[in-house]
Design a protein around this ligand. Structure first.
Ligand code: C2E
Ligand code: CA
Ligand code: CA
Length: 728
């Protein structure tokens, strides 16, 4: 009995841990006390009431589990008390104890929900048993309530989890019809879940994916072997906003599915009853992947295929051409002087020019041809199924013609030409790399003989151009590998025999070919844009070395540096130079910048601005190779120039003390007239030196005095003429 009572204490709906509380109602004191005595040892909490109103008061005051109720009371009847209990919704069981033999009284009590009806006098055992039963029933009821509440909660939880899942969750019957699908399907596919129930899965799947879909939707396997991450395209219905029409779009969905089996305990075998699956919308991811792969295979600026895709197409085309025994052509198109546009007008304009060029080139091609951009201003073209190799020449001609018309960029009129090389399969190679390389070599050939044209590859080109290409590539590395070095050729004042300055000349310690002079590699740097970083390096190196000279010389040594037109065009040269001078503590007055005459005719106004900026710093300017360019004398006095360097070709002509060399004399008199300094370069003989000195040019440079010297050789020469400082 006690055991049962303890467990009753945990009943839901009863005070946790409390013993059942009973209300005993009888107006006969004797009967009431005997009832009390009977129950008092059972462990219940007992409360007594001797009339109806007292009972009602108790019921209002506290909660009871069970009421033992006498029907006939002086003030209120037992029925009335039960009506009160029901009306108030009091949760207490009632056992009626009545002396009444009236069947109506019993029916009235039971109809009002009494648990039991005991006639007085009742056997004690029966009363105790009825009380116990009533309390046990209450416990069961409370437990049931608890269970169904928990069930309701957990069902709600699962529904919630299923419906708010970012994935579509569904089940299908063995026929492939939906038996369950969560709310998500409406959001993702635009189909209400109710509409899908009973429908066949195929109504959702894109036709091309139906075959694969079968394995996912009709999945019978479970565990590791079940379908995982299978991608299918589903049709989804989107409400068109304006036209209010249904529009089908496709959504890429990743599926995981498995068979569902009921466990038949009796037979031990399992019964397949459908497929369960989870589907995730991966459209966004797909789009991102496509974007990435687009970017991996295309040039973003022009939208053209890039090098990778070009090679891929070429590979396919080669396979086809081999099979069909047809020819195909690879073209290498390189814009002429594009670097100059980029450097002078800036990258933004350069980019927009490239886009315009792309549009024109594209318009000249057939559908099956591929135009790719593989570098800054380098394009390649694939012409498959060539009927005749001359057709490639026709296309190249078209290209050149379409570039003939000027381009317009923010009011600037620009002219662009191209150099085009063509290699044809199978004559000029039958592998991808060979064809591209040979087209490239043919292109270089065009560049070399004056640009703006096209040329078919020919085996004879291999030697010269092959060398050039190898050179160009290794030049890029030379900068990084510190293979470049500045040499210095002294400028000598012949009257005193002293070194008064030096011209910086670049050398390349080529790993295979030894020391290369500037003339052997700088023209290539001009062609491929490397001149900019190379000159940046040169300025730093020169200023650093200049500081060392000052430390070993008793006089300031003039430092001459060569600046290519390309670098001067860039516009921030004076700033670069100023920074470097400041870094190494050199005076700008020590510096002379050598430019060629050509810079002055190309963009005179711009050149004047740049040179003025240099002069403002205190830097002087020399015209290099004077007399070989196209400069007219009228320009000369508009330029802020301090020095003229007589080109070595004129000096070379001086072969005799008694000869007459009018050009040299003319240049000397011009310099005098304009009040300019003079330097003669390339002086190799005593005869030349003497002639020039007599004609009035006293500063000279050339092998007769010194070859270009390494940094330390030059310092040694300086020390030799400054004995005091040299002792340091
Ligand atoms: P440049 O300014 O006219 O330089 C004179 C060239 O003549 C140098 O060739 C020099 O080595 C060479 N030379 C010197 N003395 C004699 C001589 O007595 N006889 C003969 N035949 N030649 C002599 P290099 O070093 O090959 O330079 C060629 C050109 O490259 C230079 O012509 C200059 O325009 C350019 N250059 C050289 N160094 C640099 C540099 O650091 N930056 C830039 N932008 N250009 C440079
Ligand atoms: Ca020079
Ligand atoms: Ca020169």
């Amino acid at each position: 009995m006690h055991m049962a009572l303890n467990s009753l204490g945990l009943m839901p709906g009863m005070d946790q841990g409390a013993v059942p509380r009973l209300l005993l109602v009888d107006d006969e004191p004797r009967l009431l006390s005997s009832l009390h005595d009977l129950l008092k040892d059972s462990g219940y909490q007992l409360v007594t009431a001797t009339c109806g109103s007292e009972a009602v008061a108790q019921l209002m005051k506290q909660r009871f589990d069970l009421i033992l109720l006498d029907l006939r009371l002086p003030d209120l009847s037992g029925h009335e008390i039960m009506d009160f209990i029901n009306a108030k919704g009091i949760d207490a069981s009632v056992i009626v104890l009545s002396g009444d033999t009236d069947i109506d009284a019993a029916i009235g009590a039971l109809r009002r929900g009494a648990y039991g009806y005991l006639r007085k006098p009742y056997p004690h055992e029966e009363l105790l048993k009825t009380v116990d039963n009533a309390l046990q029933k209450r416990q069961l009821e409370a437990e049931n309530r608890q269970i169904s509440w928990r069930l309701a909660c957990s069902e709600k939880l699962y529904r919630y989890l299923v419906d708010s899942s970012p994935d579509i969750i569904y089940t299908l019957n063995p026929e492939g019809q939906f038996t369950f699908v969560n709310d998500r399907v409406q959001q993702l596919l635009g189909v209400p879940r109710e509409e899908l129930i009973g429908k066949h899965y195929s109504s959702l799947v894109h036709e091309e994916d139906l075959e694969r879909a079968h394995y996912v939707f009709m999945e019978r396997r479970v565990g590791d072997r079940a379908s995982r991450n299978v991608e299918l395209r589903l049709k989804c219905v989107r409400h068109g906003r304006v036209e209010r029409a249904f529009e089908h779009t496709l959504m890429t969905v990743s599926f995981n599915s498995m068979g569902m089996y009921s466990a038949e305990k009796s037979s031990g075998s399992k019964q397949f009853f459908g497929t369960y699956g989870v589907a995730r919308d991966i459209t966004e991811r797909k789009r991102a992947e496509e974007q990435i792969s687009y970017q991996a295979y295309h040039d973003i600026l022009t939208g053209l295929p890039n090098r990778v895709l070009f090679r891929d197409r070429l590979e396919q085309a080669l396979i086809q051409a081999k099979r069909d025994a047809t020819e195909l052509a690879v073209m290498f198109v390189d814009l002429d002087r594009f670097k100059l546009v980029n450097d002078t007008l800036g990258h933004v304009k350069g980019d927009s020019l490239l886009q315009q060029v792309t549009a024109r080139l594209k318009a000249s091609l057939r559908r099956g041809d591929t135009l790719a951009r593989i570098g800054g201003d380098e394009f390649t073209v694939l012409l498959p199924e060539l009927r005749d190799r001359r057709d490639a020449g026709v296309i190249a001609d078209k290209f050149l013609k379409c570039l003939d018309q000027p381009f317009y960029l923010d009011g600037h009129e620009l002219h662009v030409s191209a150099s085009i090389g063509i290699a044809v399969y199978p004559d000029d190679g039958n592998a991808i790399d060979d064809l591209i390389r040979h087209a490239d070599i043919a292109m270089y050939q065009v560049k070399a003989i004056g640009k703006n044209g096209y040329s078919f590859y020919d085996n004879s080109m291999l030697d010269a151009s092959g060398q050039k290409i190898i050179l160009e590539n290794s030049l890029r590395r030379a900068l990084e590998q510190h293979e470049l070095e500045m040499y210095y050729q002294p400028l000598v004042d012949v009257k005193t025999g002293r070194i008064i300055g030096a011209e910086g000349l670049m050398r390349w310690n080529h790993p295979d070919r030894g020391l290369l002079a500037a003339g052997e590699f700088l023209p290539f740097a001009e062609e491929n844009g490397l001149m900019i970083p190379i000159t940046d390096w040169m300025i730093g190196a020169l200023c650093r070395d200049g500081r060392e000279w000052n430390a070993v010389s008793d006089r300031a040594i003039r430092l001459s540096l060569n600046i290519s037109p390309q670098y001067l065009d860039r516009g921030n040269f004076s700033k670069k130079l100023q920074e470097s001078l400041a870094t190494y503590g050199l005076s700008p007055t020590q510096i002379e910048v050598e430019i060629t005459e050509n810079i002055c005719i190309r963009k005179p106004q711009y050149a004047i601005e740049q040179l003025n900026r240099l002069c403002d710093l205190g830097v002087s300017v020399a015209i290099d190779d004077f007399g070989t360019g196209y400069s007219s004398l009228s320009y000369l006095h508009r330029f802020p120039i301090h020095t003229i360097k007589i080109d070595q070709s004129f000096v070379r002509e001086i072969v005799s003390d008694n000869g007459h060399y009018p050009v040299v004399l003319a240049i000397i008199s011009i310099a005098r007239g304009l009040g300019l300094n003079l330097v003669a370069e390339g002086v190799e003989t005593q005869v030349q030196a003497r002639y020039l000195e007599r004609a009035g040019c006293t500063t000279m440079q050339g092998y007769y005095f010194h070859s270009p010297l390494t940094r330390s050789e030059f310092i040694r020469a300086l020390k030799a003429q400054s004995p005091v400082l040299a002792a340091r």
